[in-house]
Design a protein around this ligand. Structure first.
Ligand code: ZN
Length: 422
């Protein structure tokens, strides 16, 4: 039932092409989009360093014609894509903090959680999600392999610093008892051996325990042309249907699903052992709005056409500005900016610099794959370039008023879904 012919990238120090579906094992994989070769998004060299050779990896999206999962065509060793010097902490973004508070409120009310209930978070990062459950009175435990787990431990969120799998799940259950809730927020698409993760989750859950996952949403990605979220950390792009299919392979049933705003459009999906919880109407409603089979293939072909057009449109807009002698900056350097910059072909001749908020670890480095410098935001207000492209365009509504309030007088441009001046 599960994919067997799978070489693993983890531990290889390199990459492995995806030749059969990561979930169902089918070899009927259609290439729906190729963004070309990309540098790892966290590979940023110091400004002024003599350029040296760097690895670039093919970045293709594949569609499984058997189970409709959309997935990356290459798995890269996590050692390469998660370098320890750029720890990502989830507590730093207001939108994500608010979302995690909402997750606790919603689930505690729906499941009637009390002080006896244990909540385990996989990929618990700095403990931001669990801190909400702790405040809510639940027992909490985080599992986080990177050094970011130390931050959680220091703030009183007990965190095991290990890679999650069935073995860790058994140890957790033996020591702490079965979990009422297991959460995985935005790491469920990152881990190569997804079946081992789900096995471990099922192992930890009480008989009526609930697994809550949050993932970037494929349909939202297609609707708003977010090809820039395609990079090597993101191995799978879930719909409710493909997630449901995966969980059903392990005896879990999806009983509630809803869209949430994180990362420009995500889904929160609740699952429990088959028959343990009544299935809410929300599941059928979301499934009904998702294309399947031939309709999905057609939707993906349209997406590819629109992505190519969006690249040409952005270039045309920037060409017009450049011909008038405009100076162009970039606003913020999230991981997704790396995909956009490299796919569209932006370089330091087009974008003078990209600004990040003071304190960002990216300041003083170059955008991946380019020599575009990343500098302190203060530069934007002193320099007043004619225009600035907002690379974190998915939160432009929040950013644009702030930039204007701080004194930026130039034009602000959002590059997606359609390039436009705000
Ligand atoms: Zn498949």
């Amino acid at each position: 039932m599960f994919p067997t012919k799978v070489a693993r990238a983890a531990g290889s120090g390199a990459s492995v092409p995806v030749e059969c579906c990561q979930v169902c094992g089918s070899e009927k994989l259609n290439r729906v989009l190729s963004l070309g070769y990309m540098p790892p998004v966290n590979q940023m060299v110091p400004i002024g360093q003599v350029p040296r050779q760097q690895p670039w990896f093919p970045t293709d999206l594949l569609h499984c014609r058997n189970c409709d999962l959309v997935q990356l065509g290459l798995a890269v060793d996590p050692v390469i894509i998660f370098p320890p010097e750029y720890p990502y902490t989830s507590g730093t973004t207001k939108l994500l903090r608010d979302n995690f508070a909402d997750l606790q409120r919603e689930s505690a009310a729906m499941l009637g959680l009390t002080g006896d209930d244990l909540v385990v978070d996989i990929g618990s990062n700095d403990g931001t999600l669990l801190s909400n459950f702790k405040t809510g009175g639940q027992k909490v435990l985080g599992i986080e392999p990177t050094d970011v787990g130390d931050i959680a431990n220091n703030r009183g969120i007990p965190t095991i610093k290990r890679y999650f799998g069935v073995e860790v799940a058994r140890e957790v259950k033996a020591k702490h008892g079965p979990a009422s809730v297991v959460t995985a927020a935005n790491c469920f698409a990152h881990i190569e051996d997804v079946h081992a993760i789900v096995d471990g989750i099922v192992e930890m859950l009480k008989d009526d325990g609930v697994f809550i996952s949050e993932s970037h949403y494929l349909i939202g990605l297609l609707d708003t042309l977010q090809y820039d979220t395609v990079y090597h950390e993101h191995l799978r792009y879930y719909s409710v249907a493909s997630l449901k299919h995966l969980l059903e392979m392990h005896g879990l049933e999806v009983f509630h699903a809803r869209p949430i705003p994180s990362h420009g459009g995500s889904i929160r999906v609740y699952a429990a052992r088959r028959g343990a919880r009544p299935v809410e109407d929300s599941v059928a409603k979301m499934l009904a709005a998702e294309p399947r089979g031939e309709a999905m293939a057609k939707r993906l072909a349209d997406f590819r056409r629109d992505v190519v057009l969006s690249k040409l449109r952005l270039m045309a807009m920037l060409r017009g500005l450049k011909e008038k002698g405009a100076r162009i900056a970039g606003i913020s350097a999230p991981s997704r900016a790396s995909t956009m910059v490299n796919y569209v072909g932006l370089d330091e001749g087009i974008i003078d610099y990209v600004v990040e908020i003071a304190g960002s670890l990216k300041i003083g480095k170059c955008m991946p794959g380019t020599q575009i410098p990343v500098v302190d935001e203060a530069r934007l207000f002193e320099d007043q370039p004619d225009c600035a492209v907002i690379f974190s365009w998915h939160i432009a509504d929040e950013l644009a008023p702030k930039l204007k309030a701080k004194g930026f007088r130039g034009q602000l441009i959002t590059p997606l879904p359609v390039p436009r001046v705000l």
